[in-house]
Design a protein around this ligand. Structure first.
Ligand code: FEO
Ligand code: CA
Ligand code: CA
Length: 709
């Protein structure tokens, strides 16, 4: 099925996006409620004051004033509205002739006219590229499902069909013309999934529980190079799998079996049903897929009393731990799963919540194998996990804790990666994430202040524990891993502006982290050189008043260079590649590239790379500060076009752009518009989006884009 671009609407809406239906966290009311349980309304779980060097802040602010003057002096282009369209559609002078990159396939090399900011209910791509939907919410994944319809849903159908709100997309080759696509299903949204009044609270609870998890889907090449389609004959799709709340996960690593993980249903503390709020992820060098359990706290609640008195070895109580993870008795809980399944009741099962918040590993090649939850990678709101192999052969995973003011982490395996393509090597590699060392990052500004790198400095990976030894006073290894946030608080890392995806560039081997935004930066705690913006002025259309919004509203992309290029090293240098936002705004920075040539970008979320090393950035939250749909952007990180941000596509109204993956020799771009139509006031019956326009309600779907033949 090909969804074509509806051309009856102006590409660029000149109407400022209504601020109604949006809120301070750069997301819609619905997204806040269902995606993260209104995390921004709660007190920030991190109450530490560590990680801020006051004198550096003063210097950073002073330097910003200098930069502001410089930007004005060089005639920063006013973007927004029609002028943005004109500016964005004119490729830079050098662009017309030479390909962007010397190496790589079409997505790395092609010049394209960037997609202008818009509010269309469509996927918008540059001329010369096509896309189609591969799989939608409700499409069959495994055999035996009755036909999906949201008007007459059953739990059995939900268990066997593609779940809601596709996020990370990992693809591993199967045969010459087939591959296995593994997709996260982050969260459910009752307002957009069901007709009003059609189902009871309990029915929606069970549909919701089973709408989470992951899907493994067999895909096959299409006739047009770079195109891929779902294998609809499920008899030919023996690897297909719908991982859901019935799936048993095995805990690995030092915390497996610990009493903090034991429940009435699992006295072993080793076998967990299901996975929740799986956001981003990573595909390992050994061909498995990692997935981060993110805002898991919101699914747990109680009508009774939240337990809290248990004293841990650290002297902290269970109440302290719950608070640090945002786990609480919540009046505004829209799901109320605890009323229908006691394992989500904090009073009945105080340890069940400790069995979520991990990185999980799925082997798509082994559809009957239990997926695993790796305690060695720590427990927090894991955005994702990206693995690279260090010079000494150790597997290194970079990790982000997506919470305002929380931390960046790294894991280094104890054992070496075995690069041989044997079954024994693969078996060995699948054990790498259960033993090693967990670190947390401290970033120090060097205040060099050079215009070519105004925000930069050095950093240190602080050890938290190995599989046998804790480096945190008063905490055992298991406690460091189950209560990683509290362990990290004790060693004074740097509080970051919501670390999202952290991935390694396969060409220059540097690490790129999306720091999406932080409404509290500058109020709850001050700026520092790595998190420098506290207030940004933004316009939603030309002539509209400048809205002063508190905090860092548009986010950064952080670039980390491990010392001596060694990912196992304890030290690194860093700089901000991008300070996102309207290029007109003085605080923005695009690695020194001419601001008049870049696309407007806000709220970077997921990152990936093409084979030439260009960075691809998807966004989540741009509608509020920028008045434009979210999208996907390509940015060279080397050469004269380093920092040249260009919008490659925008996703439909109300959606964020998840799962970007450049695949198949840079011919295929997989992307996953999540929560189309999730705008305040939008409902299943009166949705703000009907994308992908196959029904009269929206359906989150995974797509692939490719060059037109
Ligand atoms: Fe699911 Fe951190 O975004
Ligand atoms: Ca994310
Ligand atoms: Ca996201």
């Amino acid at each position: 099925m090909t969804v074509t671009r509806p051309d009856d609407r102006p590409l660029l809406s000149l109407t400022p996006v209504s601020r109604e239906g949006y809120r301070h966290g750069s997301r819609s009311y619905l997204t806040c409620l269902f995606k993260c349980g209104n995390a921004c309304d709660h007190p920030e779980p991190n109450r530490t004051t560590a990680g801020h060097v006051q004198d550096e802040i003063a210097k950073a602010v002073a330097r910003r004033s200098v930069l502001r003057g410089a930007a004005v002096g060089t005639g920063a282009l006013v973007l927004g509205g029609a002028s943005a369209t004109a500016a964005a559609q004119v490729p830079p002078a050098a662009a017309a002739t030479a390909p962007l990159a010397a190496a790589g396939g079409p997505l790395a090399r092609s010049r394209f006219a960037p997609v202008p900011p818009n509010r269309r209910d469509a996927v918008v791509l540059p001329d010369g590229f096509d896309h189609h939907v591969i799989i939608r919410w409700g499409d069959p994944v495994v055999a035996g499902a009755a036909a999906f319809t949201p008007y007459d849903l059953t739990v059995d159908v939900v268990k066997k069909t593609f779940g809601y709100n596709n996020d990370y997309v990992g693809v591993v080759p199967l045969g010459r013309d087939t591959a296995l696509m593994t997709v996260n299903h982050e969260y459910d949204d009752q307002t957009l999934m069901y007709p009003a009044g059609r189902y009871t609270e309990e029915e929606m609870a069970w549909f919701g529980i089973y709408s989470h998890g992951l899907s493994v889907v067999t895909i096959k090449r299409g006739a047009v190079p770079g195109s891929w389609y779902r294998e609809k004959n499920l008899r030919k799709a023996g690897h297909n799998r719908r991982i859901n709340a019935d799936t048993t996960f095995v805990m690995t690593g030092p915390a497996a079996g610990h009493e903090l993980l034991r429940t009435s249903a699992d006295s072993s503390g080793r076998r967990v049903k299901g996975t929740l709020n799986n956001c981003a992820g990573g595909t390992t060098p050994w061909g498995t897929v990692l997935s981060g359990e993110e805002n898991f706290n919101q699914y747990f609640n109680t009508e009774g009393t939240v337990p809290g008195g248990v004293t841990l070895a650290s002297g902290a109580t269970l109440a302290d731990a719950y608070t640090r993870y945002g786990i609480a008795k919540a009046a505004g809980d829209p799901r109320k799963w605890h009323k229908y399944d006691p394992r989500f009741d904090l009073e009945a099962e105080p340890n069940e919540v400790h069995r979520f918040g991990w990185v999980v590993e799925v082997d798509p090649m082994n559809p009957t194998e239990a997926p695993r939850k790796h305690s060695m990678l720590g427990r927090f709101k894991h955005e994702g996990a990206s693995v690279t192999i260090a010079k000494n052969g150790r597997a290194v995973a970079y990790l982000g804790d997506d919470e305002r003011g929380d931390y960046l982490y790294k894991f280094v395996s104890a054992e070496k990666y075995d690069a041989r393509r044997t079954k024994a090597a693969r078996r060995h590699n699948k054990t790498l994430l259960s033993k090693g060392t967990l670190y947390v990052a401290k970033l120090t500004g060097n205040d060099a202040g050079a215009p070519e790198a105004p925000y930069d400095g050095t950093g240190e990976w602080i050890r938290l524990c190995t599989d046998t030894q804790s480096f945190v006073d008063g905490m055992t290894v298991a406690e460091v891993l189950v209560f990683t946030r509290q362990a990290a608080d004790l060693v004074s890392p740097t509080r970051m502006d919501r670390p999202e995806d952290v991935e390694v560039n396969p060409v220059n081997k540097r690490v790129y982290a999306a720091l999406t935004n932080n409404s509290n930066r500058g109020s709850s705690y001050p700026a520092d050189e790595a998190n420098p913006v506290t207030t940004s002025g933004t316009r939603t259309s030309p002539g509209a008043p400048l809205v002063n919004q508190s905090g860092n509203r548009n986010g950064y992309v952080l670039e980390i260079t491990p010392d001596k290029g060694d990912h196992a090293a304890r030290t690194f240098s860093w700089d901000l590649l991008l300070v996102c936002g309207d290029p007109e705004s003085p605080e923005t920075y695009f690695a020194g590239f001419d601001k008049s040539q870049v696309s407007r970008i806000s709220c970077p979320d997921n990152v990936t790379f093409d084979s030439a090393g260009n960075l691809w950035i998807s966004t989540d939250g741009a509608p509020t500060p920028m008045g434009q749909n979210d999208g996907l952007f390509r940015v060279p990180v080397a050469g004269p076009e380093r920092g040249h941000v260009e919008a490659f596509l925008s996703v439909p109204k109300g959606a964020e752009c998840c799962g970007p993956l450049v695949y198949d020799g840079d011919r295929s771009l997989f992307f996953a518009p999540q929560h189309p139509g999730e705008i305040g006031g939008s409902t299943f019956d009166a949705p703000a989006s009907t994308w992908p326009h196959t029904d009269d309600f929206p359906r989150p779907s995974v797509c692939v884009a490719y060059r037109q033949r």
